[in-house]
Design a protein around this ligand. Sequence first.
Ligand code: NI
Length: 389
Amino acid sequence: MPIVNRFAELAEEITGWRRDLHAFPELGYDTVRTAGIVAEKLRAFGCDEVVTGIGRTGVVGVIRGAAEGPVIGLRADMDALPILEKTGRDYASKTDGKMHACGHDGHTAMLLGAAKYLAETRNFAGTVVVIFQPAEEGGAGAKAMLDDGLFERFGVERIYGMHNWPGYPVGKFMVCTGALMASADRFTITVDGTDGHAARPHLASDPIVAGAAIVTAVQSIVGRNVDPLDAAVVSVTTFHAGTADNIIPRTATLTGTVRTLQPAVRDLVEERLGAVVAQVGAAYGVSAVLKYSRDYPVLMNPHDEAVFAGDVAAKVVGEANVDRDMVPTMGGEDFAFMLQARPGAFIFAGVGEDVANLHNENYDFNDDLIPFGCSYWTQLVESALPRAS
Ligand code: NI
């Protein structure tokens, strides 16, 4: 079964919603306008229940099928990024410095489209809970919704997510069993030395030289400690120190990110990072302290659910257009928290080979994906919650 015909009819309307959301991007938990529109539409579609304020600005809609059955959740994210948009589109962001550069506007619009169809047709045995979360981009909005009792309150038994993916044509879906996306952690290294005159370095303890040695030394963790057949990234991305060319400063502050595809590798990298930082600092006669923050876990698709998601995609676009062995990405996703709590699957949908990369100032969500994304959602529901024939 290809695209659901109803979505060919609705595509223009859903595109209108998407472009409106795009023009008014909101960051983190401040998705007030977006959440308001989502709630208003869910009510207009005739959802049986619409609840706002879960995980601060999250919205949930409940749609009961024509018959009794299990409860499944479908999740979209609503937040934008602090980027100055350069697409020049007529629907471009009206707020300088805020932009839907990850396509969450498209995710929200596609799940709204699916909700409209599901509320109209109700051709399933069970209940669908559509979940719109804030703060995916670093704020752990998924976790905030879970901490508010999301799954218990609505009885969600299985959970599904989807992300658009540039570089692949519309009409392709990609998924894999096991780790699909990396754990995403942050760290801060504070290097404390002794300040002094730059011409008399022997009387100071230089945090810049020590910090530079730390930047180099931590690369040995991936190179020498992690199994070469496992994946890990350690990136130092900021390094701040000093005020003048003739002063050795007292402090340097470094920050960065760690990505891994296995919990055990994550533990190893965190432990080695602490040891290397402290000991390189000691070798240079400064204090170097690591503060490590575990942000998003590894996103793991259980085998049966990855197969199911691939089967659903194949019903929409044909088996030849589904890659069931996608190579994982070292990007992070807070949907990982939802998959730690319930079985389910996360899938990628091609959004166009020429679409700029996610989080790029020229990224432009391709609305051609809308009928495919909506069809995936509704096909998933009718496959997971089939009516007795
Ligand atoms: Ni995203």
